[in-house]
Write a protein that binds this ligand. Structure first.
Ligand code: ZN
Length: 416
């Protein structure tokens, strides 16, 4: 079923139960995530849910309406410009086996393993059988990138794209969307692929995982994909259903981060560009490469940026709310920008050629973030390695664990 405002069939006479404070769309039941006001029009109090309001309002005076979609098979051919590596092929077969057996699966894959392409065969097979497919992620950046790759490969197929404010809608049979959008689906998708399962806000919000399971049909397969699985994800699929992919598609080792012991705070406070940082950036530019400089917070970035830009004119900075974000990323891609300061917003979903990475105040990042950030370098076959520097005032468990995970990947071992 798909929840739709103008649909005929009524699923629940009202979206929110105003006495129990329960939202029938997203299952929110914590009172602080509801808003109550008196409506002149309805002549009564109206309670609406704040948790799912960004996908349309669910309230105590409006019924939840649904449409049902009947299965519709289609040929669903795809085109891939290269051949899967033996490891990718074997992972692809495992997803197909899971689909045949209606089992869930965890794909534990190193960053840059070519995870998206591994799912194509299962997606194609599912659609040929009339099964509904969703490719979801908590992160909008990831969704946009995946959508481009899917539309490029599945050229004769209608693929939906849904995230806040954007709607490319067809018949809900092959949907790419944020996890939040799944609140509108009940018992609908037969194959759900969740990319970057570890990304915020997924681990903190068990309700989002519930949205995935509720959107899944009775006989379904949920594939979780991540580079840093946690106990909950493994328990969800069962230990025997974990498939690991420890090599990148091009077969080269991952770069091991080098730690530079240096706190930048004092220099930045005195409006000086930290010497070690300047030397690192300088070396990178001289080597005709470019660099993403990751910072833990916007305020620090705003202070550091003018200091960097003074020495390195081809610099820029970007953060999540930045209206020129897309253009700035494009400038980096086209080599107009050599040094891009960024918050964690670019830790996933972006690929640049000839890229090195510096993390400033690395002691403030967690393992998931650091693994993703390190995964930005060496993603291209013609530039399979890269350099990563973690600048930290002191060592942390997260830094040690990140280096351990990456070394284990290179040794063909997984760290669960
Ligand atoms: Zn809700």
């Amino acid at each position: 079923m798909i929840i739709k405002h103008m649909a005929e069939e009524i699923y629940k006479p009202r979206g929110v139960d105003p006495d129990k404070y329960v939202c029938h769309r997203c299952s929110n039941s914590s009172k602080r995530y509801f808003y109550k006001y008196y409506s002149e029009f309805h002549g009564t109090d109206v309670v609406y849910c704040l948790k799912c309001v960004n996908i349309g309002r669910s309230d105590s005076v409006t019924p939840l309406r649904v449409v049902r979609a009947s299965p519709k098979p289609e040929p669903c051919r795809y085109h891939l410009g290269f051949e899967l590596s033996p490891a990718q092929k074997s992972a692809s077969d495992k997803i197909i086996e899971a689909l045949e057996a209606n089992k869930n699966l965890l794909l534990y894959a190193v960053t840059g393993a070519g995870k998206t392409e591994i799912t194509f065969e299962a997606i194609s097979l599912a659609r040929q059988r009339g099964l509904n497919v969703a490719f979801v992620s908590p992160r909008i950046d990831v969704i946009k990138e995946v959508y481009l790759r899917l539309t490029d490969a599945f050229r004769e197929v209608d693929i939906e794209l849904l995230y806040s404010g954007v709607k490319v809608e067809f018949e809900h049979r092959f949907t790419v969307c944020t996890v939040h959008q799944l609140y509108n689906y009940i018992d609908h998708f037969d194959l759900i692929i969740v990319d970057e399962t570890d990304a915020f806000p997924m681990p903190a919000d068990s309700q989002l995982m519930n949205a995935v399971t509720r959107a899944a049909s009775g006989k379904s397969t949920i594939v979780l994909m991540t580079a840093t699985p946690d106990r909950k994800m493994i328990d969800f699929v069962g230990h025997e259903n974990v498939v690991s992919l420890t090599r990148r598609y091009h077969g080269h080792d991952l770069a091991i981060p080098k730690v530079v012991w240096q706190s930048v705070t004092k220099d930045i406070r005195r409006q000086r560009l930290p010497k070690k940082l300047e030397r690192l950036i300088d070396d990178i530019i001289r080597a005709d490469r470019r660099v993403l400089v990751f910072l833990p917070e916007i305020s620090l970035m705003e202070k550091l940026y003018p200091l960097v830009a003074e020495k390195f004119p081809d610099s820029d900075s970007v953060y999540s709310g930045d209206e020129e974000r897309a253009a700035k990323v494009e400038d980096m891609r086209n080599d107009r920008t050599k040094v891009l300061l960024t918050t964690t917003i670019l830790e996933r979903g972006v690929t640049f050629k000839g890229l090195d990475v510096i993390v400033v105040n690395a002691e403030m990042f967690n393992t998931d973030s650091l693994v993703q950030i390190c995964g930005r370098v060496g993603r291209k076959t013609d530039d399979p390695t890269g350099n990563i520097w973690l600048m930290a005032g002191h060592n942390t468990g997260h830094i040690r664990q990140t280096i351990r995970i990456i070394k284990n990947f290179n040794a063909g071992k997984t760290t669960i």
